[in-house]
Design a protein around this ligand. Structure first.
Ligand SMILES: N[C@@H](CCC(=O)N[C@@H](CS)C(=O)NCC(=O)O)C(=O)O
Length: 326
């Protein structure tokens, strides 16, 4: 029996998104750099950019997206229940989350790890000095489980102060209800900016876990998984090929085969996943490549100033490595 290619348009989620005229994307309720409402009332951030990138791939218009702010506790249920099409909310890829909820993480858009924030005045230099500490941590996260493991592994005790949202964590820590705040390092940079005196707080050098953060979809829609996954890969491949928001015009005229496959001037890659062949060009034109989004939201010129680190491309010292479009 001949096994044919998956028919384009066979994705239930894609059909629903097209019929609705907009993508529904779950994001964080408020995390500077990742998902945040700016002074002008617009959503910005690295995770928000990813939502816009998927919308651009589908509609050629990054604004065709409805963002749904979700708490850590509510996020996976919202996806399972079909309230959102994709979750792009600083979520750690774990085995349990895929198996327990029937979900698929399409890739790792940000390699992170868990760390600790403490008041500078405490003069603590290492997480090993935290025996007996009161630690603020948020419910519904991998953070709370890693915290327990780390203290147990190091024969230390702690008192956990559980917060239900970012606002709650900040209020509790700023109000002195705990002397340590733990979360993913990227989030510590972001949360520190929201404290009353950011400069009075330091991030300890310890990284106690692996937190591969990435977009999540339901596991029963293979074509949708491919669409969301290849938006991520296309943004990385674009950076590797030097194609960004500023150079997309030039790239459309390029005769380099890899660039031509990426921007759709040759091949049929977009149509094979139910989109137009200009899908990736539309992503790059509106959101930019991976590096553009990283620098705009998190990079050296932003208040967060997070070093690229592990999130550098594989050929520049990091571990971001996308399969080729061919
Ligand atoms: N990456 C971890 C932690 C993610 C997480 O939700 N962190 C908290 C701590 S900053 C957060 O983003 N809270 C924001 C909110 O619930 O609005 C996970 O997937 O469990």
């Amino acid at each position: 029996m001949a096994v044919g290619p998956a028919r384009s348009g066979s994705s239930e989620t894609l059909s629903a998104v097209k019929a609705r005229g907009a993508l529904v994307c779950g994001v964080n309720e408020g995390l500077p750099g990742f998902s945040f409402v700016d002074e002008r009332g617009g959503w910005t951030g690295f995770d928000v950019d990813f939502c816009r990138a998927v919308a651009a791939a589908i509609f050629g218009d990054a604004n065709r997206v409805r963002l749904v702010p979700l708490s850590a506790d509510a996020r996976f249920r919202a996806l399972v229940d079909g309230k959102i099409d994709v979750l792009s909310r600083n979520s750690t890829w774990t085995m349990g989350r895929e198996t327990e909820f029937g979900l698929t993480f399409v890739g790792t858009t940000y390699y992170d790890g868990q760390g600790f924030l403490v008041p500078r005045a405490l003069r603590i230099n290492s997480a090993r000095e935290l025996d007996g500490a009161k630690v603020c941590v948020q419910s519904g996260t991998t953070t709370i489980d890693n915290l327990a493991d780390f203290f147990a592994d190091n024969h230390m005790t702690l008192e956990t102060v559980v917060a239900s949202s970012t606002d709650d964590s900040i209020k509790k820590y700023d109000g002195g209800l705990c002397s340590v705040l733990t979360s993913d390092l990227s989030q510590l940079y972001a949360l520190r900016l929201r404290l009353s005196k950011p400069k009075d707080h330091v991030i300890l050098p310890d990284v106690i876990s692996k937190e591969p953060l990435g977009p999540v979809v339901r596991q029963n829609d293979l074509q949708w998984i491919e669409i969301v996954r290849w938006v991520h890969f296309a943004m990385l491949d674009a950076e590797e090929l030097g194609v960004g928001a500023n150079t997309i015009g030039q790239a459309m005229r390029s005769q380099k085969p890899e660039v031509m496959r990426l921007v759709g001037t040759t091949g049929n890659f977009g149509e094979e996943i139910g989109l137009k062949n200009s899908w990736a060009a539309n992503v790059i034109r509106s959101v930019g490549n991976y590096g553009d989004s990283f620098e705009r939201n998190l990079g050296a010129k932003t208040p967060l100033a997070i070093p690229r680190g592990l999130n550098q491309l594989w050929n520049a010292g990091g571990i971001q490595y996308a399969p080729p479009i061919r």
